[in-house]
Design a protein around this ligand. Sequence first.
Ligand code: GLC
Length: 408
Amino acid sequence: MTRGDKLQTRLFHVSTQDIEDISIAFQQEMAAGLAGQSSRLKMLPSFLKKPDGNETGTFLALDFGGTNVRAQVLELLGGGRWRECNRRAYPLKDSQGRFDYISSETKSEELFDFLAELVLEVSHGQECSLGFTFSFPCVQNSVQHAELIGWTKEIKTAGVEGQDVGRLMKEALIRKGGPRITPVAIINDTVGTLLTAAYKNPVATIGAICGTGHNACYFDPVKGMIINMESGNFATLPFTVYDDQLDGNSDRPGTQRLEKMVSGRYLGEVVRLAAKDLFDITAQPYSLSTETVAALIGDYPSESIGLLQIENDQKARLKELAMDIVTRSAKLVTACFLGVLRHVDEQIKNKHTIAVDGSLYEKMPHYREIIDNTLIEMLGSKAQNIKVGLVKDGSGVGAAVAAALASK
Ligand code: GLC
């Protein structure tokens, strides 16, 4: 075993005791945030309850989360069923550099005019209520008003922070004319995921995203509503020197520390920083994508691995390192889930569903089984009460369900 291998094994390992400690710290931060005390968890009220599954009607859904924007017309059929009538999606940043709606040079009006045009394009002249999934931390004082606290996921559009995105959307729709489209609900993508799961199955407790970003929400029975925790900002964690380097070079050092350890936007970069130091692999910052990490771990053919120009033995070591970092991601996420489960059900006596959306959970080899196995490691036979599953399209269907709940 070389020095690098030893370091690597010790560095990214998350022990059973670590998971226990993280889950306890997470639970404490939840309680502090709910009590209005200082906390890394924002615990943002959504002003939405869980649906009963019988919500019906046709709604527009707009999903803005970072990389792409998508608008849909969805018909909720009741009984947890729905039908998609129309959809359009566009990237927010052109690969040829012709437009970039998420850079600091773009003004909020330009971004929201682009969103409004998309909504009008799919609505085909129909008057409709709009559910808007806006996947960033927002303070809400009602389901229609959501003030952006600050961008995450390295988005920088000017003039949106501190503003009510419901108002920005409404004003852009008026500027663009057309039929009356009324934004009636603004939700986080985690809330959309939980609403979608609960539309079909009321035992849904947690909604989470393991994708470009990471965050979770849950239904709080005492508050009687869904709370967006912004858990990507949690920070009672075993940081390595590479996590500190990544954070130091990011747009907002000190924020979103869990997200920077676990999510797709950053995972490849953690691997690159560690590989650079441990085995002298040279690659530009952020050139090792999380998709490449998935190809490496899953042994898929990938051009981007070829671009790294590494020998086979180095490739094997890089694969092992990548697997350690991916395993750490899934274990940290599970530790936080445990904190939430204990908050709502101390002894975990009841059945709970954890609905997860996002490319990391969906596509990263082994990710799901690590989460399931970690629950068994921590809860033994009680892990049978917990079902973690993929819920796709939460940002679309969830926005429609939210619009239905808000129009009730
Ligand atoms: C970031 C955002 C959060 C969102 C998550 C997943 O963490 O701050 O609101 O839910 O990404 O998209």
